[in-house]
Design a protein around this ligand. Structure first.
Ligand SMILES: Cc1cc2nc3c(=O)[nH]c(=O)nc-3n(C[C@H](O)[C@H](O)[C@H](O)COP(=O)(O)OP(=O)(O)OC[C@H]3O[C@@H](n4cnc5c(N)ncnc54)[C@H](O)[C@@H]3O)c2cc1C
Length: 337
């Protein structure tokens, strides 16, 4: 930017990638969020990095004579194999941590201190695995803080060993909350799901957003694999929490709630909508995240993922983007694009 070689357009809501009569990308069409008018920008190379679902939306909305099903989508795979991480949580109360010494633990909680996967799937009723993230500690209290003291008071005793008689307000309530502060521990399982052809997003023919751009619809069901994995997570949570001497809070969910498995999309690790592969019949992008059917179009978000391990996706997005960037430079130098 300092050398005047970059022009940055902000408040620009891209609607579609424009293509020429050979099917190659020529730029993008966007709506300016300030004046709500349409504009075009020309480009030698177009790189989409709008996040997995939004990039699929832009590509599906980019229809033309040579790309009638959306850009680089003669396979029909664009939008498909959408998948999120699995997730479910449990919490416990550690009596041993009541009245614990105070430290500044701001920043602790929701940490990726985690238990990795170590089990043998041959002995289990689901493939792949999950890790566990732990939370708790004495972070800054936020709105709603207080542990539901009406139900928790039974777990703490007064100075002579009787259940705490303290009431629901005033100094007695504050005292109980202070004593319990830092004695809760939570566990979140985050796991690998199996990408499915039938889990997909497509364009809703009925609905547009405020810019007039057609929005996505989502079609997604967990399979038995993920539901069984969530059951296993809960069994592990209970084993670890109980082994630590914690009092389990809440109930272990059952099949009526898919073993507490979070709804698809809740773990916000959506990937897979423009998957990479060697075969253009079953993938949208090649291994460099270059569109099979539009050689000067690249995708550098998690759309290209064919699967994602139990761990969060962003480092892999960055690593793949780096590789794609180097490939684009190389291909421009060789005048292949
Ligand atoms: C609350 C939360 C917590 C998370 N925690 C973690 C974590 O701990 N670890 C981890 O690895 N991942 C985490 N994730 C997932 C992570 O944020 C995403 O994987 C990552 O941000 C995806 O990167 P991206 O560049 O593909 O998309 P984004 O970061 O979503 O960037 C896309 C950009 O494109 C812009 N854009 C979108 N549509 C258009 C359009 N039509 N026109 C123009 N611009 C557009 C957006 O404004 C945005 O700036 C978390 C996500 C959330 C929501």
């Amino acid at each position: 930017m300092q050398k005047g070689k970059v022009e940055l357009y902000t408040d620009a809501m891209v609607r579609e990638v424009l293509t020429d009569e050979k099917g190659m990308a020529t730029g993008v069409l966007y709506i300016d969020k300030k004046d709500m008018k349409e504009y075009k920008i020309g480009a030698k190379v177009v790189v989409l990095a709008a996040s997995a679902c939004e990039t699929a939306r832009i590509m599906l909305n980019s229809k033309s004579k040579l790309h009638p099903n959306g850009l680089s989508n003669s396979s029909g795979v664009l939008g498909r194999y959408l998948h999120d991480s699995t997730g479910t949580d449990r919490m416990g109360f550690m009596p041993e941590l009541v009245d614990r010494t105070r430290y500044n633990e701001d920043g602790v909680g929701g940490l990726h201190v985690y238990s990795p996967w170590w089990l043998d799937n041959k002995k289990l009723n689901f493939p792949r695995g999950y890790h566990i993230e732990y939370w708790g500690g004495m972070g800054m209290p936020s709105y709603g803080f207080g542990f539901g003291m009406d139900t928790m008071r039974k777990y703490i005793t007064d100075e002579v060993g009787n259940p705490s008689p303290n009431g629901g307000y005033g100094p007695a309530l504050k005292n109980d909350i202070r004593r319990m502060y830092g004695s809760m521990i939570g566990m979140s399982g985050r796991g690998e799901s199996i990408p499915q052809y039938d889990n997909y997003c497509d364009i809703d023919p009925e609905t547009v957003d405020k810019f007039g751009i057609p929005v996505l619809r989502f079609h997604y069901n967990w399979t038995k694999h993920e539901v069984n994995q969530a059951k296993h997570m809960h069994e592990t949570f209970e084993e670890i929490l109980t082994g630590m001497g914690a009092v389990l809070l809440g109930k272990k969910p059952d099949e009526t709630t898919q073993n507490g498995l979070a709804a698809p999309g809740r773990i916000i690790h959506e990937v897979g909508t423009s998957r990479m592969g060697d075969d253009p019949k079953t993938s949208v992008l090649n291994k460099y995240a270059q569109a099979h059917e539009c050689k000067n179009l690249f995708v550098t978000d998690a759309g290209s993922f064919v699967s994602q391990a139990d761990k969060n996706p962003t480092w892999t997005i960055l690593a793949l983007s780096w590789r794609t960037s180097e490939y684009i430079i190389d291909q421009l130098k060789k005048q292949n694009i």
